[in-house]
Design a protein around this ligand. Structure first.
Ligand SMILES: [Zn+2]
Length: 236
């Protein structure tokens, strides 16, 4: 099922050329929109080129769906196997993709390979998820930290690592002085509020002292606000 490919970089370039021409959302390497149909197109291209059609054949009608997630901020991609009834899903984080490839960022590695632009990062993470799918189809489980996965990913795609080193919203926020415990200001319904960051995902959870709010472990009462990171200012 898992042959080696003589030139993974050439496969990747051919898929890229196809996407740039045929997917309206992906006409630019710095694309700003991504839809499940784009992911399906990636699947079809890679299945044909890198897997010789084995994935589609092995699925044999088992549903495979694609999802673009804004809420996923810790993983760039995930592959799920659900049962019963058996079905598979590949999810890609738009928040991480679109939060990277600004100027002056540190280099971004996906699967241990440098991603020069957003489209290349999308392709690399999608290749990673396809190896998960292939393992799930063949063995019923998949672990990208295990040697079997590494062997397949290297043979098909020349991947060197199973982790991705993108810049997360948390890291991006920390560059601006926004970290858990930091005092921040923000506006809410026309009022200026000051509080402390309690948690950071796509948004920050900010606790603002409020006698009517819930009691927290420090014995004080706070009201909780979910604030977009770019709406926060460090309060110093
Ligand atoms: Zn993985």
């Amino acid at each position: 099922m898992f042959g080696e490919r003589p030139n993974p970089a050439a496969d990747r370039a051919a898929v890229r050329a196809h996407l740039l021409v045929h997917r309206p959302n992906l006409r630019q390497p710095a694309f700003t929109r991504l839809a499940p149909t784009d992911l399906r197109s990636l699947f079809e291209q890679y299945d044909a080129r890198s897997f010789g059609g084995t994935l589609q054949r092995t699925l044999a009608g088992t549903p495979l769906t694609f999802r673009v997630s804004r809420r996923m901020t810790n993983s760039l991609g995930l592959t799920y196997r659900y049962s019963p009834p058996l079905r598979f899903e590949i999810v890609i984080s738009s928040t991480l993709l679109f939060g990277n490839f600004a100027t002056d960022d540190r280099p971004v590695l996906v699967c241990g390979l440098p991603a020069h632009d957003r489209l290349e990062a999308l392709q690399l993470v999608f290749e990673h998820e396809l190896v998960h799918l292939a393992e799930l189809l063949a063995f019923g489980h998949s672990d990208c930290a295990a040697p079997r996965y590494a062997g397949i990913a290297h043979g098909l795609f020349a991947h060197r690592e199973h982790q991705h080193r993108l810049i997360t919203p948390r890291e991006r926020a920390a560059e601006q002085g926004l970290h858990v415990g930091a005092r921040v200001r923000f506006e809410h319904n026309g009022r200026r509020l000051t509080g402390v960051i309690n948690r950071i995902t796509r948004r920050a959870t900010v606790l603002v002292p409020d006698p009517k709010g819930a009691r927290y472990s420090d014995g004080r009462h706070y009201a909780k606000f979910y604030v977009p990171l770019d709406a926060l200012e460090p309060d110093d």
